[in-house]
Design a protein around this ligand. Sequence first.
Ligand code: ADP
Ligand code: MG
Length: 763
Amino acid sequence: FTDRKGKTPRRPGQRKQCNIEKDPVGVYCRIRPLGTEDEECCIEMISSSTIQLHAPDGLKANRNGEYKETQYSFKKVFGVNTTQIELFEDVGKLLIEDLIQCKNGLLFTYGVTGSGKTYTMTGSPGEGGLLPRSLDMLFNSIGPFQTKRFVFKPDDKNGMEIQSQVDALLERQKRDSQQKADPEIADMISSDDACKVENVDEDSCYSVFVSYIEIYNNYIYDLLEDAPFDPIRPKWLSGGTPVRNNEFIPPQSKILREDQNHNMYVAGCTEIEVKSTEEAFEVFWKGQKKRRIANTQLNRESSRSHSVFTLKLVQAPLDADGDHILQDKNQVNVSQLCLVDLAGSERTNRTRAEGSRLREAGNINQSLMTLRTCMEVLRENQMCGTNKMVPYRDSKVTHLFKNYFDGEGKVRMVVCVNPKADDYEETIQVMRFAEMTQEVEVPRPVDRPICGVAAGRRHRNQAFRDELSPIPPCELVDPADDQMLPRLIEVLQRRHHTRQMIIEEFNKTANTVNSMLQQFDSQLSSKGNFLHDQQSKLSEKDKVIVSQKTEIERLEKKSKTLEYKIDILQKTTDMYEQDKRTLQHELETRDHRLHRELSDRRRIEQHMQGMVTDTRLKWEKECTAPAVHPIHRRSHSAGGEKWVDHKPSSNLDVDTVMQPIIPNAIKVSTPNEKALSKCHKYVLRHQELASDGEIETKLIKGNVFKTRGGGQAVQFTDIETLRQECPTAPSRKRRSGSAERPAHVKNKVIVKTMLILSCHINV
Ligand code: ADP
Ligand code: MG
């Protein structure tokens, strides 16, 4: 339980979590014999590690015969005939060996009330349980190497101090004067059963301290405390009733503290140094007695309390002479083994507890419930790699042993079962807890470091002392004493011889040590050189690393700038892309429009072409037709209109051949091109059938001129109207009446024609 500083359990935190070796909690099962042989048995041991549970007959009937046989496996199962020594050899021995090797252990018994927990832990006279046997084995092993009393002294902070020889002596004298034997102690173990650890380090000194506490209703009581009654500050019961004078003084509850290594201990707990099994057991008995009295006086249910008996082994190396203990607190090692007899695991309703006891009972079960929860969480954390908080602090029992699971140690549990039918249901619960606990792993305690002083010094020095035996007392009165002198000579010769031998041995050893030292020296210097080499290499590598780092930084910076640039370029590209799209779109629209305009223009052109062709054809026809009947002429003048006879004007070189015309149709004719280029005059002829049946011909005259674009245009200047009788129409009486119509009625049509012609020539 201790590190080199003499403190109890080592903290795991300092070591790397991943390298920790772990062992599962060792769970054993002990079946006690039935009270009477004719009782119904519901547990069967089917192998050295497995038991089978059968539901009792009554329960089967309740469940309509429906039941299951369940099997549970353990590290080992101890049947009803197992003796106490057999159990100890399997369960307890290793823990004592570990204790001497400075490793901590925790051993507890678990089970229903009456299942044999106390029998297993304590036993009875002649049939001592794990506790007396552990003590016996410990003292058998370290007996001759124990320190004198009071060399070690508890420091109230869960550590141990070394007292000066004088102080230790004074305390010893004080104690001896007070010592009185307790006749009550029975002999628990027969001497045949003596166990012993063989490889005890003989160059160390040992001392054993024991403490004994009881946890009842989640209060901790020191069972070894000699509590003087304080009349000013009366003690209080856990229930709250003050105690009057002359009455039994109940122990005051203690608190748990954490030492500087974060290990839990009961603050101010009495630790008694013991030098033999008998003495240790006497102390245990004293505590038992106190416990018994307290239980009776305070009307407690003893099966509801947990008891913890702690064996603390302190060891420190001998100094180089092998005579005294090395006065160095850092070399003191403390390890401990806790032997725990837990309260009955049955549920409250089974114990007919009433009133104030019910609460107590509930609390006890609460402690065991917490123990169960802790195991569950631990198992889950270990199996699933989770890091759930383990509720150690929820009860004193789990809080006290927190470090066995968080720190390191060896944990073993003996599950006690009574195979009787009444216990069946509770036993199943016990089995479930036991099975689960087996899956919890506890960090394995590490080996303690070797102390730097040469081994074997205790015996060597002893031998040396024996060899240098004193010269026997003799009185020489006569120089010729032939009796005394030869004896003296012999003794002196022997001494001389021994001295010579020792000197030789010393020289030999010195030589060996010297050569070893030289070897070490050369090794050291080569190691030093190697180290130097490595260091210079390392510094070179360091330099390289530094330069690489700066290079990396530079490149990183560069890459950052480039990234920035890329970013900007990307943005620009995006912008351009956007522009491009807009322009493309615009282009498309324009293209589209252009296309439309072009097609419009082509249509117009075609239309115009058609019209021109039509007109030309008509003109050609008209110009080539022979002259016909005389025609009337109507001429415009500034004053108004009058009808005149008219012939085609001579300066108009136009063939005005009239042909019978489709009534009401507009006929337009143009002069042929030759004529047009010659005379620069332009005549449009328009014929229609008037309502009175005459054919009305209009000659629209104009001048042709060249346009700036290189084409030709016509400007109309005069309209001549000719009327003639239609050869096909019936004769009419009224000729001129209807001709009175004003010429401008038809002007619209003519103007239109004019415009179109003008256009055509321009193109
Ligand atoms: P617990 O402590 O679990 O309540 P005990 O240890 O007090 O139970 O045992 C109840 C009784 O049974 C005691 O009288 C004890 O002597 C007896 N007993 C228990 N286990 C055994 C066993 N393995 N062999 C013989 N007797 C036993
Ligand atoms: Mg008991």
